[in-house]
Ligand binder design. Structure first.
Ligand code: FAD
Ligand code: SIN
Length: 538
């Protein structure tokens, strides 16, 4: 089966939906197709807690301070031009979202309540209690539902982007004009692969936290967009910079998605303590509990190793219970549900994989290295985050870049810049010679192995021997999975495993090439920073 659309969007998080809405309103006669592999709201966006970092109190804050904080966190690797764009265009994008119906918490006098998180020199984080992402996703989905020229299709798993490779041409990394004509996607209701053709495609497929054993990300975060672009010979950069959030709720034996305890809790005065009850952050950084995330996560990792424990504690017992519940009702309830009353008990917390700072390389208009393919949100690498993302900068980045992609795509459409390929030239998906996988357990075991390898050897602290071990193990997993892929009919589990192995490989390769310690990448064999400040492009 085949579908055609004017604009194709993969992903229904903040990046995909914001872009779709803008294009749809600009071209009411054109059709926008948004696809997602899961339920419409099952996205990283929905789980965002702390909020959006944006300068709106010009008496106490300034663009310069937000820019400076972002550059410091990024540890020398941010693109300063992009940082300025995002910080300065951010307030307009937030205003638009508010006009579309998003509600952010206000003080009694009507000003927005501002939170603080690690690495921020000022209170500047607007939020909706501790479920900011839920509120943003709700707003966007409501607006999309009211926009008649957007069709949102759920449970469609995009497998690969279509390029000249599928027309029979040889495509390599040096092919100058690789062009995207649409995608192949597995319709999870019919179990058939469909051909979806579009003049332009936006990938907004989110993060890849599931490559690690524990992550704050939901199950959809399997790095599909990055893996697809890598297979299509597009450029991927800085994958070694995986941000571990310092404070995921520790629940013994848990694998997969861990509940987040937002950094805003530390912004409001929460204190990290080790097994001995010591407020240890004082020993690591003068900014203590509100140092940038890479520093806090490494400090916790070191305390856990030193004391032989699987977690540290977050102490909120000194908070006014009422105030805690007012700002963090969801966290309060979650803790209570597992027997932790935050006014009496400390919260057990441990770092968990949280955010991918690198991704598909994009220019300042969201254009990837593949023509007619835009990228936006967590799957992209715009240059904003450098070696370590400043807290609450990613929702802002997604909104700013969705707008920039929209400006570029509408200008390109009006200038008739992009070409559409004849549908008959693109072959249907070939499933010949494949059969139902006999043992699903092979896929789940390989996934567990991958997550174990990545957590044990490519976590917060790395070294050359560990990276080499990881590469050897990934090679084997890759070989076995390719055999399975060539001979089995496609399933979402197999596709995700294959994508995650690719993402794991890109993280390890990036880490191996980077012979220094910078931001989130800490290699004990090279504890200092190299004088050569460079992005690693694969
Ligand atoms: P997502 O929101 O993850 O959406 C990805 C979409 O792509 C989904 O619809 C998914 O189904 C779809 N998709 C993926 N692969 C495929 C495929 N193969 N085929 C079809 N569809 C596919 N950032 C902040 O700035 N502030 C915060 O307070 C904050 N808190 C966070 C808390 C948590 C627990 C987490 C996990 C993240 C947090 N972040 C925060 C980060 C931020 O939420 C994400 O970076 C951001 O929401 C990503 O948005 P996105 O649109 O790029 O991707
Ligand atoms: C948090 O609320 O701690 C997460 C914020 C972020 O990841 O930007």
């Amino acid at each position: 089966m085949e579908r055609k659309t004017d604009y194709l969007v993969i992903g229904s998080g903040i990046a995909g939906l914001t872009y779709a809405l803008k294009v749809a309103r600009h071209f009411p006669d054109k059709k926008i197709l948004v696809m997602t592999k899961a339920a419409a709201d099952e996205t990283n966006t929905k789980y965002a807690q702390g909020g959006v970092a944006v300068v709106n109190d010009l008496e106490n804050d300034s663009f310069e301070k937000h820019i400076e904080d972002t550059l410091i966190a990024g540890d020398g690797l941010c693109n300063p031009g992009v940082v300025e764009i995002v910080v300065k265009e951010g307030p307009d994008r937030v205003r638009e979202l508010i006009e579309w119906g998003a509600r952010f918490d206000k003080e009694k006098d009507g000003d927005y309540k501002l939170g603080k998180e690690g690495g921020h020199s000022e209170f500047r984080i607007i939020h909706h209690k501790d479920i900011t992402g839920w509120e943003m996703e709700r707003t966007l989905l409501d607006a999309v539902a009211a926009q008649l020229n957007i069709e949102l299709v759920k449970h469609f798993f995009v497998v690969d982007i279509i390029t000249q490779h599928h027309l029979g041409y040889l495509v390599t990394k040096s092919t100058p004009d690789i062009t995207c004509y649409g995608v192949y996607a597995l319709n999870l209701e019919t179990n058939r692969i469909e051909k979806i053709l579009s003049t332009t495609t936006l990938l907004a497929t989110g993060g890849n936290g599931q490559v690690y054993r524990t992550t704050t990300n939901p199950a959809i975060a399997t790095g599909d967009g990055v893996a697809m672009v890598y297979r299509a010979k597009g450029r991927i950069e800085n994958m070694e910079f995986i941000q571990f959030h310092p404070t995921a709720l520790y629940e013994p034996g848990l694998r997969g998605q861990a509940f987040l305890i937002t950094e805003a809790v530390r912004g409001d005065g929460g204190i990290l303590r080790n097994k001995e009850g010591e407020a240890f952050m004082e020993r690591y950084d003068p900014r203590r509990d509100l140092a940038p995330r890479d520093i806090v996560a490494r400090a916790i990792d070191s305390e856990m190793k030193r004391t032989g424990t699987e977690h540290v504690w977050l102490d909120c017992r000194h908070f006014s219970k009422e105030k805690f519940i007012e700002h963090f009702p969801n966290i309060y309830q979650k803790c209570l549900s597992i027997g932790i009353d935050i006014s009496q008990n400390m919260i057990p917390v441990a770092p968990a994989a949280h955010y991918s700072c690198g991704g598909i390389k994009s220019d300042e208009w969201g254009r990837s290295s593949i023509q007619q393919l835009y990228v936006c949100g967590e799957c992209s690498s715009t240059g904003l985050h450098g070696a370590n993302r400043l807290a609450s900068n990613s929702l802002l980045e997604a909104m700013v870049f969705a707008h920039r992609c929209y400006l570029d795509v509408t200008a390109a459409t009006e200038a008739k810049k992009y070409t559409q390929v004849q549908a008959e030239h693109i072959p249907d998906w070939n499933a010949e010679g494949t059969s139902e996988p006999k043992e699903m357990i092979l896929i789940t075991q390989s996934l567990k192995e991958l997550q174990q390898v990545m957590s044990d050897y490519v976590g917060i602290v790395r070294n050359d021997i560990r990276l080499q071990r990881a590469l050897n193990r990934l090679d084997l997993l890759w070989e076995e999975t390719e055999q399975l892929y060539q001979g089995s009919s496609i399933s979402p589990q197999l596709l995700e495993l294959r994508n995650l192995i690719t993402v794991g490989y890109l993280i390890v390769k990036g880490a191996d090439f980077r012979k220094e310690s910078r931001g989130l990448h800490f290699n004990t064999d090279y504890p200092g920073k190299s004088e050569l400040v460079q992005n690693i492009v694969l």
